[in-house]
Design a protein around this ligand. Sequence first.
Ligand code: F6P
Length: 349
Amino acid sequence: MEGKRRIGILTSGGDCPGLNAAIRAAAKTAMRDGYGVIGINHGWQGFLDNDYQVLDGMKTSGIIDRGGTILGTSRLSPFYVENGPQFVFDGVKELGLEGLVVLGGDGTLAATDRLYRMGLPVVGIPKTIDNDVRGTDFSIGFQTAVQIATDALDRLRSYAESHHRVMLLEVMGRHAGWIATYAGMANGADAILIPEIPMDSEKIDALCRMLLARNEKGISFSIVVVAEGTRLDGRTVEKPVHDRSRDGQERILGGIADVLGGIIAEKTDLEIRVSTLGYVQRGGTPVAYDRSLATAFGVKAVELITHREFGQMTALKGNRVTSVPLEIPAGGTKTLNLNIYRVAEKFFG
Ligand code: F6P
């Protein structure tokens, strides 16, 4: 490693399946190009704690199918800490990094964009099961989460059918209904509720009428997918928070399906059950699609660094792996393409 050119890699924000596949691809590509590779542990926190590891062939082999991230992650933003950006600049300088690959969701990528504008040689890779990063069709982790949610819905369908019940499954998706819509469509769900289409009493009445009509037709069960960020009368439902590390962070959502389930039960004589999928969606082995996407993104990120094209994020556009300026993901959330919802909707009820 001594005397070698170096790049760094870090993972920040919520974990998701496929992070290790991207770390492996970026590290192995960089090593082949003659770079030494440093992993920064626990996201940006690693720069505050001087917590790093050398990523060699051994550490990056056999991890393509492993969930989580071998580097650890945290939701800490350098901009929430006094002199945070300075710690990052000092760390990059001390480690002699020519470029830094940052794997993150919209929040992390917005911070990465700010650091780039301050002069940091960075590139981003989009990762989040929510698929709400702007500038790319898909983010690492999304397809695995959709598969997990679809498997859960398939299992809940046999339960609901046997017991003649209405089953509500709450899935992740703070700002966008990507997981809910793709999984619901794959399962043939009877209704899908998403943040992009807020609920109110009129919509609840329509949902109840649809559920009752199914019953009258002799179909004694229904499946409803609910994204955690679905608003009711303009408000989201939050979960109690049990840690202090979320200072300055968004609240944790959860519970909207329970609230809606209660209202449907009051308005109809249907038997309602509610399940919440939660963190299961973020864990375990990535599906093949996420491994391939992560591999392509890892290779592309190193290519960007070697060409000194900093301030870019790897992106998928159709079947093409390309890049977009970091200011695009930093510009806001990518909500669901409602054309996809319109397809799923054709099979409601
Ligand atoms: O990764 C995005 C996400 O899964 C959201 O859908 C969810 O609300 C959030 O992360 C919760 O994660 P944590 O508790 O780790 O902050």
